[in-house]
Structure formats: structure tokens, C-alpha cells
Design a protein around this ligand. Structure first.
Ligand SMILES: Cc1cc2nc3c(=O)[nH]c(=O)nc-3n(C[C@H](O)[C@H](O)[C@H](O)COP(=O)(O)OP(=O)(O)OC[C@H]3O[C@@H](n4cnc5c(N)ncnc54)[C@H](O)[C@@H]3O)c2cc1C
Ligand SMILES: *[C@@H]1O[C@H](CO)[C@@H](O)[C@H](O)[C@H]1NC(C)=O
Ligand SMILES: *[C@@H]1O[C@H](CO)[C@@H](O)[C@H](O)[C@H]1NC(C)=O
Ligand SMILES: *[C@@H]1O[C@H](CO)[C@@H](O)[C@H](O)[C@H]1NC(C)=O
Ligand SMILES: *[C@@H]1O[C@H](CO)[C@@H](O)[C@H](O)[C@H]1NC(C)=O
Length: 545
């Protein structure tokens, strides 16, 4: 969810411009004694010496370096984690080549210092650059390793780990028009985090989630070796495409599958209010627009704020076909040709992100963050229609009472990836899922304190209210919308994150795939070097067969 600007984005203020709203939307216990590996053998000084022997000194920023703070903050999306109570890294390694990554991993292993890997920096809990527990760690920042290699006419592209979705879209859209990558809305999200957590977006009904669209990858494992798909094997290759970042090693490059897109696509924004009957519209939307039988070229996601719903449409085709399709199944929306914006897929990605037609596609290359807004996100999945009365009470009892809460509904259409329900990546929320919900609460001015406590209180209330409509046992959640409220790993006396403690949060993100992910972890990183508060723990020997 996005810090859009320092001022509050309000759907209501944009009666004359649903584009502004689209912008708002788009932007949208460690047992210390047990940690043998780190507490007894971590050797920060030797680690730093090792780095200085193996890497050019200008790539390593220690806390005392003048550039440390600006490099640390460079891709942070939420100022919440920049307070003086945040546990900061010992140093930041800004790798610009694969051997730099190998060196950082080897020095880390040898001297007992863990790495937090950072690509786009959008982790909702900041786990790519901060630790919740007091521990010595280094940030391995990959922003300098971000080339994208596209061959005209070829249905694949190599993206280095540090590339953003916007950089990928730009490279594909300019060098290989006629192809798309089915990514998300926010251009500054890293390709690596996006794919590692599954990755949902406006073309997933047709093409599946991000993890379904990876053909090969290069990963630096816990020994510092570089493995491609053939060398890593299909189990690890499966796990890294949706099992969450950090857990299995450092991915340094992805070979992504591109898919054909017509030269002209259509985007439209339709803003509707409570007075105009949003509850009726949503009840119709969730029953018809999500039907698996609907053309997979059509996606209508919805953002809810205060008394408004913004229906955001992406159609992989021309306006006339869109109007005919929507007119047939969802005439109540009242979409007309005047709502259409026809453009290339690349321009459409810029339109949806920036909320206007004026920002050039080059804007997608802008990695600069704006740290104005504090936010907290949570997520849900819905498998049974909420119904008109449910939507009405959501607006009456929750949204209309606090304009700083936002909900984004991402249609899955009953089977993400069209008919391809045999998708081969770990994202588990597929068959039967109507839509994903992202909740966000925004506030301004202080990381914690009165405003923050109020915002978090509202968010908790909204989440509790929605419990009656969301999935249960488990209440599913989306790994990419990381939420530490769901739980954190407990590190056992052996210094390894416990499998059973991880079930609390991981079965919500990964459902039945948690165990298989943990088995992969046990195979590739049994000592749990790559970890954070919500990384996949190794499956214990007693549970392996
Ligand atoms: C404004 C905004 C909009 C968003 N919109 C969407 C959306 O439309 N769809 C969607 O699916 N998600 C969305 N997200 C969530 C986003 O996909 C996740 O936060 C994702 O993890 C971010 O990736 P990153 O590379 O930017 O993050 P980072 O913070 O760099 O990394 C996220 C996690 O992955 C690990 N990691 C990073 N790079 C690597 C690597 N190379 N190898 C191994 N592990 C690595 C990190 O250690 C961390 O645990 C959005 C987030 C924000 C803030
Ligand atoms: C952190 O900042 C607050 C407010 O700015 C200040 O009162 C407090 O002493 C600081 N704490 C540390 C450990 O520096
Ligand atoms: C890049 O984005 C930042 C933050 O949103 C913005 O302040 C800046 O003006 C943008 N730069 C350009 C060149 O568009
Ligand atoms: C999924 O896999 C099953 C078993 O291999 C097969 O029978 C079925 O046809 C597949 N479905 C699709 C949509 O590929
Ligand atoms: C702010 O956060 C710090 C660190 O997590 C915590 O110690 C403090 O109690 C918090 N203050 C408020 C008012 O919540």
C-alpha cells in the first residue's frame, strides 16, 4: 500500500478525476540462549575484514560511513522502520556483480553474520533491511545488480535480481513490444520479492501469478555457489517461485516467461459512491466478474475507501470489445466508451501506476521513494460471496467512518491462471478463490504514538469485522503482504527456526505447501543460515521419511 504523497489521498476529493484516486490506490521470542550460531560464534570484525579483503571498499557501507544512512534508506517504502528503535545492519553490501554476492555469503557463513537480502525494499515489515530481534546482520543490497536482457521476438527475458517491475516493464515494452510480463501495479516493487512471494497482478487471471512465469533462475546457495535450474533441481526451483524470499539463498537473476499481448489494450477507471449503490455493484461484481467462464482478457479490480469504490479495468483488447463484454455481464457499472483509454501495454502500466496519461513510460524507471506516509497492511482471501448486505455493512460500519483505511480487491476468478489449475509454483490460493483483499491503514507524522495507535486500532477492527466473510482454518493470507501479526518463527536451542512454530503463520501463507517448502529448506540450508522472522524453517529429521 503506498505512500502516495504527504497529503491524504481521498477518493471523495476526486469526483472530477478518478485518475488521482487511481494514483492513491496504485501507490497503495527468540530464546537467546539457543542461538548458538550467532551469539557464540558471530564475529563482526572478522566479517568486515573478510569483506574488505574480497570486495572493493566502495561497495561496503559501515555504520560509520558517511553514505550509510542514505544507502539504508534508499529503497525503504515505509518510514515506520527508520526510527531509532529499529535494529540496524552492521553494514550494507551493495553488490554489483554475482561474485560480490558470493563473497558476501561466504564471509557471512565463515564469520557467523547473517544477511538480509534486499532487492526492491518493499517488504511490508521491512525484513529486508531490519531485524526485529537484536542480532548482528548485514544487508546485501542488490539495487546495483539490475540489468534486464530482452531479445526482440523472444518470449522470455533475463532480469537481474535488483531490477524493479517498472524497469522490467520498460525493457519489455520498448525492446519487445507485443509481449508482456504479468506483474503487479506498483512499479518500484522488486522483481525478486514479487516473484519470491508468488506475485499477483492484473493479468493473473489469464497468465497466473509471478511465480508461474519463471523459466530459469540463478541462485547463490548457502555455500556461496551459483546454481541454475538444472543444477539446483526442480524442488528448489519450485520453492523459490513463491515460497517467500530470504529462505533458500540469494537469487541473482530470473529468466522470466513473457506472453503475447495485442498492440492496443484498454484501461478504464469507474468511481462509484455509496449513494450510487456500491454495495449492489460489488455484489454483482463478485458473482459475475469473477466467474471463471468470463474472458481471461478482462480484469476489474476494486479499491474501496471511505464512501467510494473505484473499479479499475484492464482489458487485453480494444475499447469496443471491452464495452460489449462488460455491457453483457455487468451493465450496472455503466461503463461507456468515454471511460476507455486505449494504449500500449507499457503505457497502460504507467497509466495504472501513476493514475494519469501524462506521465511518460520513462517514469516507470524512477526508483526514488517518497517517505511521507506510514502504513500497515494485512490480507485476506474470499471464497464465498460477501453479498449485498455484507458490503453495505462494511461501508456503514467501517470504511465510511475512517477515510484513512483502504481495501484493494484483486480478482482471482475462481482459478488463477485461466484453466491452468495445475500451476507448478507454490502460490496456494487458487481454485475456488474469488478475490484477495489487501487492507491498508495510513497515517502521518509518527512511527508510533497516538496517530499510529489509532490507525492500527481501526485496521484491527476492520480485519476482525471481515473475519465473517474471509476464509477460515486457516484464514488465508498472502505472503507478499507480509504481516508479523500472524506470527514469527521461534529459534530453538539448536539455533534453527522451529518448524512447528512456523506453522502458525506459514500455513496461512502457503497452506498445504508449507511442509514441502520446509523439506526443501532442510535439503538446501539445514543450519538455517538464510532466515528472518518469517522464513521457512527446515523440516526436522524426525518428520522426514
Ligand atoms: C506499494 C506496494 C505495492 C505492492 N503491490 C503488489 C502487487 O500488486 N502484487 C504483489 O504481489 N505484491 C505487491 N506488493 C508486495 C510486494 O510484492 C512484496 O512486498 C515484495 O516482497 C517486494 O519485493 P521487493 O524486492 O521490493 O522487496 P524486498 O524488501 O527487497 O524483499 C522482500 C523479501 O524478499 C527477500 N529478497 C529480496 N530479494 C531477494 C533475492 N534476490 N533473493 C532472495 N530473497 C530476496 C527479502 O529478504 C525480503 O524477505 C506491493 C508492495 C508495496 C509496498
Ligand atoms: C529515540 O528518539 C526519541 C525521540 O526522538 C528519544 O526520546 C529517545 O531518547 C531516542 N532513543 C535512543 C535510544 O536514541
Ligand atoms: C521520482 O519519484 C519521486 C517520488 O515519487 C518524485 O518525488 C520525483 O519527482 C520523481 N522523479 C522524476 C524525475 O519523475
Ligand atoms: C492437471 O493434471 C491432471 C493430472 O496430471 C490432468 O489429468 C489434468 O488434465 C491437468 N489439468 C490441466 C488443466 O492441465
Ligand atoms: C514505540 O515503539 C517502541 C519500540 O518498539 C516501544 O518501545 C514503545 O513503547 C512504542 N511507543 C508507543 C507509544 O507505542
Amino acid at each position: 500500500m503506498q505512500p502516495i504523497a504527504a497529503s491524504k489521498p481521498k477518493l471523495a476529493q476526486m469526483a472530477d478525476s478518478s485518475e488521482t484516486m487511481a494514483l492513491a490506490v496504485a501507490i497503495l521470542c527468540c530464546f537467546l540462549c539457543g542461538n548458538a550460531f550467532l551469539t557464540s560464534s558471530a564475529s563482526p570484525d572478522s566479517f568486515l575484514q573478510c569483506l574488505s579483503a574480497m570486495l572493493p571498499s566502495e561497495l561496503v557501507y559501515q555504520q560509520s560511513s558517511s553514505g550509510f544512512t542514505s544507502v539504508l534508506e534508499s529503497s525503504v517504502q515505509n518510514p515506520k522502520f527508520l526510527t531509532n528503535t529499529t535494529v540496524r545492519p552492521l553494514c550494507i553490501v551493495t553488490a554489483s556483480s554475482v561474485p560480490h554476492v558470493q563473497a558476501a555469503v561466504r564471509c557471512g557463513r565463515w564469520h557467523g553474520v547473517r544477511l538480509r537480502v534486499r532487492s526492491g525494499g518493499h517488504d511490508y515489515e521491512g525484513l529486508s533491511y531490519r531485524s526485529v530481534r537484536p542480532e548482528v546482520f548485514a544487508v546485501l543490497d542488490l539495487a546495483r545488480l539490475r540489468g534486464v536482457r530482452v531479445v526482440p521476438g523472444e518470449a522470455s527475458a533475463w532480469a537481474d535480481a535488483g531490477a524493479t517491475l517498472g524497469e522490467l516493464y520498460y525493457a519489455v515494452g520498448t525492446a519487445n513490444p507485443g509481449f508482456l510480463f504479468p506483474g503487479g501495479v506498483c512499479a518500484t516493487v522488486g522483481v525478486s520479492g514479487f516473484v519470491s512471494g508468488g506475485g499477483i497482478g492484473l493479468t493473473m487471471r489469464k497468465y497466473g501469478v509471478g511465480g508461474d512465469n519463471v523459466l530459469d533462475a540463478r541462485i547463490v546457495n548457502a555455500d556461496g555457489d551459483v546454481l541454475d535450474r538444472a543444477a539446483m533441481g526442480e524442488d528448489l526451483f519450485w520453492a523459490i517461485r513463491g515460497g517467500g524470499g530470504e529462505s533458500f539463498g540469494v537469487v541473482v537473476a530470473w529468466r522470466l516467461k513473457l506472453s503475447r499481448v495485442p498492440p492496443t489494450v484498454t484501461v478504464a477507471n469507474n468511481l462509484r459512491t455509496m449513494e450510487q449503490g456500491v454495495a449492489d455493484l460489488l455484489a454483482k461484481w463478485e458473482t459475475t466478474i469473477l466467474a471463471p467462464s468470463l474472458p481471461a482478457d478482462l480484469t476489474i479490480r476494486v479499491a474501496l475507501q471511505e464512501r467510494h469504490a473505484l473499479f479499475q479495468t484492464l482489458y487485453l483488447g480494444r475499447c469496443s470489445d471491452l464495452i460489449r463484454t462488460v455491457g453483457g455481464v455487468f451493465p450496472e457499472l455503466g461503463m461507456t466508451a468515454a471511460d476507455c483509454n486505449e494504449m500500449s501495454w507499457l503505457r497502460a502500466m504507467a497509466f495504472i501506476y501513476f493514475g494519469n496519461t501524462g506521465t511518460p513510460a520513462e517514469g516507470l524507471l524512477n526508483r526514488t521513494n517518497s517517505l511521507g506516509t506510514y502504513f500497515k497492511s494485512k490480507s485476506d482471501y474470499v471464497r464465498r460471496a460477501v453479498g449485498r448486505a455484507g458490503w453495505e455493512s462494511l461501508f456503514q460500519q467501517q470504511l465510511s467512518r475512517n477515510g484513512n483505511m483502504l481495501m484493494i480487491l484483486e480478482p482471482h476468478g475462481g482459478a488463477v491462471g485461466g484453466g491452468n489449475t495445475n500451476a507448478t509454483s507454490p502460490y496456494p490460493h487458487r481454485r475456488g478463490v474469488l478475490f484477495n483483499i489487501q487492507y491498508g491503514s495510513m497515517w502521518w507524522g509518527e512511527a508510533n504514538g497516538t496517530a499510529a495507535a489509532a490507525a492500527l486500532g481501526w485496521l484491527d477492527g476492520l480485519y476482525a469485522f471481515m473475519g465473517q466473510y474471509a476464509t477460515s482454518n486457516p484464514r488465508e493470507a498472502f505472503a507478499n503482504y507480509r504481516d508479523l501479526d500472524l506470527g514469527q518463527n521461534v529459534v530453538g536451542r539448536d539455533g534453527v527456526s522451529s518448524y512447528s512454530s512456523g506453522r502458525v503463520w506459514a500455513e496461512r501463507y502457503f497452506m498445504g505447501n508449507y511442509r514441502r517448502l520446509a523439506a526443501v529448506k532442510a535439503m538446501v540450508d539445514p543450519s538455517d543460515y538464510f532466515r528472518n522472522e518469517q522464513s521457512i524453517p527446515p523440516l526436522p529429521k524426525t518428520l522426514r521419511h
